[in-house]
Design a protein around this ligand. Structure first.
Ligand code: SF4
Length: 467
């Protein structure tokens, strides 16, 4: 997938002017946020579970080599194959080799962010394979020739009317008008594809070291059909998705659905362990797991190791005001929102992603809902710091921060400047108490008014109240 992050600002302006995006994002995110809040409130041990999940992940990351080798041994014992991919090119080559060897024609795919990360669809299509996304959201964006805009709801940016238009163009009329009709139409089209598929590719929410199982969770059951009906099942997964035991999976399943979609549990949780055994009524003839590094091992042992705890629940983007305003496509790569603003610079480089770590108000909502307690604001600050060290910040911004620092290090001057600013801004706000054009802040006040202060600094108000 091409990196569009250098055009972040341009993309945000397009997104902000799109009424369909506003409507689509508003409805879905509200459902996720309210659903999470209601369910978490009913689980008194939820905070303890977050601590436990963080600790399990930290333990795995500290012993990743051990658990990966154990996983490989368990998969092999169950009759499957593990492939190690150092980067995206490696991963694509491994999958293409398997498809070629088994003489595949049709490839079905369950949702897999790693396959987006490695550009798998494009590579398969270039080689002449028919690729069919079976997750409804992924199917919609495949028809629209767009990348996902959310990691658990790839078509969250589409309204019902836009989906109906896409389906009419792809399947023929008459145009459907209800969600039920649209889902039924997609089911009928996709069902045929499951039976035609030679290879089924899924992601892996969890890879269990003790049993060699890969686990996927879906709400549509498409993952089960993708991996069960094809002759060959290929799992593409990041190396960090390992968990030691099935007991650990139980913990993660409890926090994942609540954090992601505000459900107690996803509708389908499917475990795959090796290929079909003698006596099994169904299952693939071959079972492969492609373990993708692609920059992850470089994060181990460094300041960004915490990011490897991510279980791709999407809660951070559901609660992020910036994502809520501009949607996922503005971020310009596979991973959007707060987790994407950290991961994208680490995967594709700081230079191509200069705006991402700065597109954050550091309000901390993402961290407060992250089920594995990833300190996202802290990681974004660290990326800003590295940008500064590498001279990647705009010179004007560096000078402005230098000036602010000069003043901030001199408390009397700082308080004087604050007092002056409070009085001048009050005057500028006039009787309406709002500033429409902020000198030096046109980019900010061009989209909204700045509420004028009351004419006193916080310190003055505080002292007055104490008296
Ligand atoms: S960073 Fe945390 S909240 Fe965001 S997707 Fe990952 S696990 Fe979920």
């Amino acid at each position: 997938m091409k990196v569009g992050s250098p055009r972040f600002k341009e993309k945000t302006l397009v997104a902000l002017a799109d009424p369909n995006l506003r409507q689509a994002l508003g409805q879905s995110r509200k459902g996720f946020v309210n659903g999470r809040a209601a369910l978490v409130a009913g689980v008194p041990e939820f905070e303890a579970m977050r601590d436990q999940a963080r600790d399990v992940k930290n333990h795995v990351l500290a012993n990743l080599d051990h658990y990966l080798e154990r996983f490989e041994a368990s998969v092999t014992a169950a009759g499957g194959h593990v492939h190690w991919a150092a980067d995206a090119e490696d991963a694509r080559r491994i999958v293409l080799d398997i498809c070629q060897r088994v003489d595949a024609k049709v490839v079905t795919k369950g949702k897999s962010m790693v396959s987006e990360e490695i550009g798998l669809n494009e590579a398969l299509e270039e080689q002449g394979y028919t690729v069919v996304e079976t997750d409804l959201g992924e199917y919609i964006i495949q028809l629209a020739h767009e990348p996902p805009s959310h990691i658990i709801a790839p078509a969250i940016h589409k309204t019902k009317a836009q989906v109906a238009e896409l389906f009419e163009a792809a399947h023929g009329g008459p145009r459907k008008t209800t969600v039920g009709e649209l889902v039924t139409e997609a089911r009928l089209v996709l069902r045929e594809k499951y039976f035609q598929a030679d290879v089924g590719i899924t992601g892996g929410n969890y890879l269990v070291a003790e049993t060699g199982s890969s686990i996927i969770v879906t709400n549509e059951g498409n993952g089960d059909l993708t991996q069960t009906l094809a002759r060959v099942h290929i799992v593409t997964s990041g190396i960090e998705r390992i968990v030691p035991t099935l007991d650990d999976v139980a913990l993660f399943l409890r926090i994942l659905a609540r954090s992601a979609t505000g459900q107690e549990t996803e509708t389908y949780t499917t475990l795959s362990t090796g290929p079909r055994r003698p006596g099994d009524v169904d299952g693939p003839e071959e079972y492969h797991v492609v373990l993708v590094d692609n920059g992850r091992s470089k994060m181990l042992g460094g300041k960004f190791q915490d990011m490897l705890r991510c279980i791709r629940c999407g809660a951070c983007m559901n609660h992020c005001p910036v994502y809520g305003a501009v949607g996922g496509h503005a971020y310009g790569w596979v991973y959007p929102g707060p987790m994407g603003a950290v991961l994208t610079p680490l995967f594709v480089g700081l230079d191509a992603t200069r705006d991402l770590p700065n597109a954050c108000t550091l309000n901390g909502r993402c961290q407060s809902v992250c089920p594995v307690r990833i300190p996202l604001p802290e990681l974004l600050r660290e990326l800003r710091h590295r940008q500064h060290e590498q001279g990647l910040r705009p010179p004007g911004q560096t000078r402005a921060i230098g000036a602010w620092r000069f003043v901030a290090e001199r408390p009397r001057l700082y308080q004087f400047a604050n007092r002056m600013a409070a009085r001048v801004l009050k005057k500028m706000g006039g009787s309406a108490g709002r500033i429409a054009n902020l000198p030096g802040g046109a980019a900010w006040s061009g989209l909204r008014d700045l509420p004028a202060p009351q004419g006193q600094t916080f310190l003055e108000l505080w002292q007055a109240r104490r008296k």
